[in-house]
Design a protein. Structure first.
Length: 222
């Protein structure tokens, strides 16, 4: 099954606790071995268990693609060292007062969109680490880009209030088809409630059948 409903210790907000690429998936140590195996099987990548900023909020404090990973400036030195050794890719802290990196940036291997409040220095770090052009903007008039959309190298699922113009804009920057959708029985914050790569997606356990069908179609699993 390419789209798997799941919860983390009873919490359906999967995207807050995890981050996935086509190479690996970052998961918190608190997650059960059974859940880790399910995620590895769905995404078809190995799991790396770690904390970030001394917390379990991996998805909040990081954003990445197959080229690199950008983490909050509050990530501990030992966490960054561990990640560099495990993912064998660029890992850099974001030099900005805004720290919830995963909520501020949406990226795949073709482009990225960032919160308009991020500094020029932060944008440069994002571009150099992720290896893509970074464009500032909003989705559904919201600056928390990473929490209201999910992007892979096959598609983008965005907040249900995203306009046709915004969807076309997303497609131009990220170079994949884009559509709107929800998870967890109507939650518009799709980035906070799911993780995905080109192989599959893990979504909140409250996600309905019609929502699952939209996710499968939008992210190219059908």
């Amino acid at each position: 099954m390419p789209v798997q409903p799941l919860d983390f210790a009873g919490n359906p907000n999967i995207g807050v606790f995890a981050a996935a690429t086509d190479k690996d998936v970052l998961l918190p140590p608190i997650l059960s071995n059974k859940a880790v195996k399910i995620i590895e099987n769905v995404l078809k990548v190995p799991a790396i268990r770690t904390n970030l900023c001394g917390s379990n909020l991996i998805g909040v404090f990081s954003v990445g693609n197959n080229n690199g990973l950008v983490v909050s400036r509050f990530a501990l030195n030992e966490e960054i060292k561990f990640l560099k050794e495990r993912i064998k890719s660029n890992v850099e802290p974001l030099p900005d007062k805004h720290t919830a990196v995963g909520n501020l940036v949406l990226a795949n291997d073709y482009g990225a969109i960032a919160n308009p409040l991020l500094s020029k220095t932060a944008i440069k770090v994002l571009e150099e680490t992720l290896g893509v052009e970074v464009v500032k903007g909003t989705i559904a008039k919201m600056r928390t880009i990473g929490s209201v959309a999910v992007a892979t190298n096959k598609g983008v699922l965005a907040h249900p209030n995203a306009t046709e113009e915004e969807l076309k804009w997303l497609e131009e920057i990220l170079k994949v088809p884009a559509n709107v959708g929800t998870v967890n029985r109507g939650t518009p914050y799709v980035g906070a409630c799911m993780i995905a790569n080109v192989e599959g997606a893990v979504v909140g356990s409250l996600t309905t059948g019609p929502e699952l069908a939209r996710i499968e179609d939008t992210l190219g699993f059908l």
